[in-house]
Design a binder for this molecule. Structure first.
Ligand SMILES: Nc1ncnc2c1ncn2[C@@H]1O[C@H](COP(=O)(O)OP(=O)(O)OP(=O)(O)O)[C@@H](O)[C@H]1O
Ligand SMILES: [Mg+2]
Length: 166
């Protein structure tokens, strides 16, 4: 049983007097798809931001791939970010390139991959998400759902092993 994420007694507050998460513990196993359901404001996005290391817990421990993610050094953070993709609830904060193709190509190009390889990777990814026809479209000309698919493709084009969304 491979554990990918391990959360132990995680608590977090944006505002001290109003805790967003209290004492949350669970594991995510390799190959597992986990759906987190809850009312608006119940802490779903906060939980995912913690698991992506975007914010740090006030208390508790979070590990990914067997290592704590709370004090990653630059090179460890780089490796972690190559494996874990995050899809923001508000797509507009994530999409900033001139067209969908450039969005999906952005991360692999930043990673220094060969542009020809990136081109074929992006084409395959867009095809697999069924959004090849949108490749030249600017993000602000997409529907909400199409923006989400674009965000998924970005993470997939980056060869992420885990995706956290919303
Ligand atoms: N930036 C912030 N500053 C202060 N409080 C925040 C902030 N973001 C979220 N909160 C509060 O933290 C709690 C959890 O919010 P969170 O965004 O994690 O909820 P959610 O389950 O994702 O909700 P939704 O279904 O509406 O997306 C809520 O009470 C919310 O008001
Ligand atoms: Mg949310």
């Amino acid at each position: 049983m491979d554990i990918v994420f391990e959360l132990k007694n995680v608590s977090y507050s944006y505002i001290k007097s109003q805790p967003a998460l209290i004492d949350v513990s669970f594991n995510v196993l390799k190959g597992e798809s986990l759906i987190i359901l809850g009312a608006n404001g119940s802490g779903k996005s906060t939980l995912l931001k913690l698991m992506d290391g975007l914010i740090k817990p006030d208390r508790g421990e979070i590990s990914a791939f067997g290592k704590s993610i709370l004090n990653l050094k630059d090179d460890q953070e780089y490796q972690f970010r190559r494996k874990v993709g995050y899809l923001f609830q508000d797509s507009d904060v994530q999409l900033f390139n001139a067209c969908v193709f450039d969005e999906v190509a952005f991360a692999p190009l930043q990673m220094g991959l060969n542009p020809d390889r990136v081109k074929s990777m992006v084409e395959k990814t867009l095809e697999s998400f069924g959004i090849a026809k949108l490749k030249d479209r600017p993000p602000h000309r997409l529907s909400g759902g199409e923006k989400k698919e674009g965000g998924f493709s970005i993470n997939n084009g980056d060869k992420s092993r885990c995706l956290a969304f919303r």
